[in-house]
Design a protein around this ligand. Structure first.
Ligand code: NAD
Length: 512
């Protein structure tokens, strides 16, 4: 099939979702395991992006005007559609991203759960409410509500092409915004599928969720298209470029960036459970998980047992593209080079790979690295591959200090049987999210905010904070009755200031 024919197929199949506009340039997305073409998509230029945002801007008041109930109903129809087609979507994710079908089903199920939560909690979180007035405004009523921003631009990565963008899309839509989504150039078919599903499930406000396709320049055009907010998920270097582009038009940004998450295994931890969780946290999705575990700090008391438990489990893992494989190929060829560089740096600086360390045609063997110096790239930089460094520390305090010593601060995990100790370590971990005695769990709790600190970005998706992120707070006061003396009037009597001073002294003056 020629490129033009393939493009026509994709466009038609998506029922107009990927509108070509005047674009003639195209790009392919390919199966990382086989190189087979999954789809051909237009490279949307600035004009096409502006046109799409314009359509979204027209749809936005209608979408907002549906109110919380109308939107909740339509978000329910959308999640119903995703749930019924989950295998079709998972198959597409498998072909375009490379992850096992079962992992793609899990990812979609999580996204559906977030859609349900966002729809169900938007009114309570954002809807109008009265707030208490202070002494100085006792004759007024005060109201607070959170209003939508209009159109939200969402730029997504390829590693969780359903779950990750949905963390912004679901919450932005539930808050009353229209959305223009630019999926990664490595997973455009998944993005197009999600938009086509929206058109099918919500035909009366189909333009409330649209997709533009292309690489970095298309994303940059979305930053400059005058959206109300730009939600970016991707790497820290690109995040800096996105923020700079958004600064040109003072477009607010939400940045969900990379991580170098660590697990702390304390003296009293369930070592087998910690090892099991570390292996899943490090190797699932070929390690291409922003909140994946890349480093473990195990105390001397448990280090040897922990290493033995991890290596036993990792020995049983096999990468591949079949249903039995533990994880798939690296989605992006360039990431393989990053992993290779980290492995070389780790081993040349005194570390050793007790397992793995090999790269075979896009598949990286599960790799366990010991004795890697803290200064090594494998400990400091995001590796984004199926690798794990394990370091021996004297105690949990040393583990925490090392955990907190990178520029990233996305998430992490603590394993300890002492609830008080584990909670204390979790609180002091410099990260946006921490799970105790498990890994990644916070991402599956829709009520919990998701986001990082430092080079991992700022702003929050998920939960009430995630809903508020896509709104602006609106404050209103309404005078209920006039006071005999109006302090904010040039007609106030000269004695009013003395009376006010006495009242303030009575109310606050006793405080020392
Ligand atoms: P990336 O930064 O290369 O690309 C992300 C997106 O930005 C893509 O859609 C890309 O086309 C677009 N883009 C590139 N240049 C741009 C520009 N100048 N202006 C606007 N958009 C531009 O990231 P990636 O390789 O797709 O994803 C992997 C990264 O994402 C990892 O660092 C990972 O940790 C991170 N990530 C973070 C989270 C989180 O929630 N914190 C979740 C998933 C992935």
């Amino acid at each position: 099939m020629s490129l033009a024919e393939q493009m026509a197929t994709v466009t038609d199949a998506a029922a107009g979702t990927v509108d070509r506009h005047a674009t003639t340039e195209t790009f392919e997305s390919t199966d990382p395991a086989t190189g087979a073409v999954v789809g051909v998509f237009p490279v949307h230029d600035a004009r096409a992006v502006t046109g799409t945002v314009g359509r979204a801007r027209t749809a936005a008041p209608r979408w907002a005007g549906l109110g919380f109930d109308g939107r909740r109903q339509r978000l329910a129809a959308y999640r119903g559609h995703l749930a019924r087609q989950v295998h079709e979507l998972a198959d597409l994710v498998h072909r375009e991203n490379g992850k096992p079908h079962a992992d793609a089903v899990l990812e979609t199920a999580l996204a559906i759960d977030h859609l349900a939560w966002a729809g169900a909690h938007a009114r309570r979180t954002l809807g109008p409410r009265r707030v208490r007035v202070g002494v100085l405004a006792a004759n007024h009523a005060a109201y607070l509500e959170y209003q939508p921003l209009g159109v939200v631009g969402v730029i997504g990565p390829w590693n969780y092409p359903v779950f990750t963008p949905m963390g912004s899309i679901a919450y932005a839509l539930a808050a009353g915004n229209a959305v223009v989504f630019k999926p990664s150039e490595h997973t455009p078919a998944v993005g197009a599928w999600l938009a086509a599903a929206w058109r099918a499930a919500v035909p009366d406000v189909a333009d409330a969720l649209q997709v533009v396709t292309g690489a970095g320049e298309t994303g940059a055009a979305l930053c400059r298209a005058g959206v109300g907010k730009l939600a970016f998920t991707g790497s820290a270097p690109t995040g800096r470029r996105v923020m700079a582009a958004c600064a040109e038009t003072l477009t607010p940004v939400l940045l969900e960036l990379g991580g170098k998450d660590a697990m702390i295994v304390d003296d009293d931890a369930d070592v087998a459970a910690a090892a099991d969780a570390a292996v899943w946290g490090a190797m699932s999705n070929a390690g291409q998980t922003c909140i994946g575990i890349e480093r473990v700090y195990a105390t001397s008391a448990v280090y040897d047992r922990f290493v033995a438990e991890v290596t036993e489990r990792v020995r049983g893992l096999r990468p591949g593209s079949d249903d039995q494989a533990a994880y798939g190929p690296m989605t992006m060829a360039a990431q393989t080079d990053v992993v290779r560089r980290h492995l070389e740096d780790a081993t040349s600086s005194g570390g050793r790979a007790v397992l793995g360390g090999t790269v075979d045609d896009g598949f990286i063997a599960p790799t366990v690295l010991l004795d890697v110096p803290e200064s090594s790239a494998a400990v400091q930089e995001e590796t984004f591959g199926p690798t794990l460094t394990i370091s021996r520390v004297a105690d949990a305090e040393e583990a925490l200090a090392r955990t907190n010593a990178t520029s990233y601060g996305l998430a992490g995990a603590v394993f300890s049987r002492s609830r008080a100790r584990a909670m204390d370590l979790a609180r002091r971990m410099r990260s946006g999210m921490t799970s105790v005695n498990s890994v990644l769990t916070f991402a599956s709790v829709p009520a919990l905010p998701f986001g990082g600190v430092g080079d991992s970005g700022f702003g929050r998706i998920h939960g009430e904070d995630g809903l508020k992120e896509f709104t602006r707070a609106k404050a209103i006061t309404r005078q209920r009755f006039r006071l005999p003396v109006d302090l904010m009037s040039f007609s106030r009597p000269p004695a009013a200031a003395d009376t006010l001073a006495r009242v303030v002294s009575l109310v606050h003056g006793r405080r020392r």
